[in-house]
Design a protein around this ligand. Sequence first.
Ligand SMILES: NC(=O)c1ccc[n+]([C@@H]2O[C@H](COP(=O)([O-])OP(=O)(O)OC[C@H]3O[C@@H](n4cnc5c(N)ncnc54)[C@H](OP(=O)(O)O)[C@@H]3O)[C@@H](O)[C@H]2O)c1
Length: 439
Amino acid sequence: MRKSTGPGLLGGRTDTGDISPSRLTGNGSGERRAELERGSGPNSQKRRTAPIRRLSILGATGSVGTSTLQLVDHTRDVFEIVALTANTNVEKLAQLAIKYKAELAVIADERQYGELRALLSETGIEAAAGPSGLIEAALRPADCIMAAIMGAAGLQPTLAAISQGSRLALANKECLVCAGDLFMQAVATAGTELLPVDSEHSAAFQALQGAQSCEISRITLTASGGPFRTSTLDELRAATPEQALKHPNWSMGRKITIDSATMMNKGLELIEAYHLFPVRIDQLDVVIHPQSIVHCLVDYIDGSVLAQLASPDMCTPIAYSLSWPARMSSPTASLDLVKIGALTFEAPDYAHFPALRVAKEALQRGGAAPLVLNAANEIAVDAFLCKKLGFLEIAQLVADMLEQADRRNMLSAPAELDQVLALDSEIRQLARGLLGQYG
Ligand SMILES: NC(=O)c1ccc[n+]([C@@H]2O[C@H](COP(=O)([O-])OP(=O)(O)OC[C@H]3O[C@@H](n4cnc5c(N)ncnc54)[C@H](OP(=O)(O)O)[C@@H]3O)[C@@H](O)[C@H]2O)c1
């Protein structure tokens, strides 16, 4: 199993091979070194010259899906919408499919297939449902597929999208967290152009353009600190879903908003960055930056630090994922640094944000630990939103699940997708069982 060199950042370079073996896979040193020397990041072999036209969106009804369609509106007639998918929000899906003249609309919840068909009758838009429908949407020929399903549920459709060998704009970070090595191997095999959509990873991607891996000394992801940055531990213990859902800077889906409040999101992003970029774990860092203006900083060996700044609006990283290597206009408000006045930075407090510590430990542990972390976190966040778990108990449950999985010898790296899916399902079941011990 290899760790890829990331989304073509370093294509064509000669590398000095300064990257240590992947601690996640425990092997691949020689393979990876050779890969780095070849400059064989997925995009290095294949760079499209034609602009993206045909666009599919997996998770079209969500926050990233909506921002993507906002860009489609903004650019007018640039994009043709191929396939759109949703989980349960059948009315919004049908409205979007009609508005954007999609070829195919897919509802993951099979019980709503009849309603989708009825809503799309006489429009000429094809309807499909269920897991096979999601795969059909992912496989429908497109220049770019936006992977914006929430959670590990996006893994199979996203892998299907990768197999097209065109461009994948990746928002669904949980895919990389739960199956990073398999995922990156699939990207390399298919020759897919993988473009990060997460704002921090898009920022890193931008700051790394033209870099050689031996020149990079550190990648620092910024984090706003969320709504509880200055809360006391007692306040965190009593935090409600309503309070946690009030993110100070970003408007996002519910799960990622809770992940931002616990800072599990930053932990997932560290794992995502580890798979995307050619750095060791100890070269990845997190800094709290409450204004969410600087999205990532890349330190180079000569002391230079390149950062990307933008107003906190997902339209910017989404635009870059669609237009790279060119740039396109987006509706993001232009940045007024004089108005903002001050940009501040703080070290993260791990006592306040135990989820970040647990995620870093899972990254260090490697094997199936990130998968276990992600599956337990999805269960814990859902339970918190349903008021069955306290805010600080989210990280506690995830840590307990990792400990239990270790005791049961469940942390070896899954070699195949089937093993990933089976383990993911088993961990979810165990985590649901653990829930009974809380509250
Ligand atoms: N929002 C952001 O600003 C942001 C930034 C960076 C990265 N991301 C990442 O992007 C992904 C999407 O985030 P989001 O905030 O857009 O989430 P969201 O608003 O909750 O939207 C999720 C989308 O996925 C669909 N979906 C949910 N569960 C599904 C399932 N089991 N099967 C098939 N489809 C399913 C939803 O359909 P329904 O509408 O029918 O439920 C919706 O279209 C996440 O991985 C997140 O970490 C988001």
